[in-house]
Design a protein around this ligand. Structure first.
Ligand code: SF4
Length: 90
């Protein structure tokens, strides 16, 4: 099973707004680092070239927070209670 196939099996309850917010005016190098570290590939540029995050698919692993820090991410917190990824055990 590929990574994308595995990710597609996850279940999420989307919150109304992102729990992760990019800092303003981050550099190309900072954004490239986010693109590289996110295991779900959620940091992307839209058609206009604007850096963005597809927070609805977040695995809540914290990799971006640990690697990038507050100069790149203005906010990182868990989604509101009842929202985010549904973890399965066993
Ligand atoms: S917490 Fe993990 S899955 Fe979510 S955006 Fe950061 S690196 Fe990607």
């Amino acid at each position: 099973m590929s990574v994308n196939e595995s990710l597609a099996r996850n279940s999420y309850a989307a919150a109304g707004q992102s729990h992760i917010v990019l800092a303003e005016n981050i550099s190309e190098a900072q954004f490239a680092l986010l693109e590289k570290v996110c295991p779900a590939g959620l940091f992307q540029r839209n058609a206009a070239g604007v850096a963005m995050i597809n927070y609805r698919g977040c695995l809540e692993c914290g990799c971006c927070r640990v690697i990038a820090g507050s100069s790149t991410l203005k906010q990182w917190r868990y989604p509101a209670s009842g929202c985010g990824i549904a973890l399965r055990f066993g």
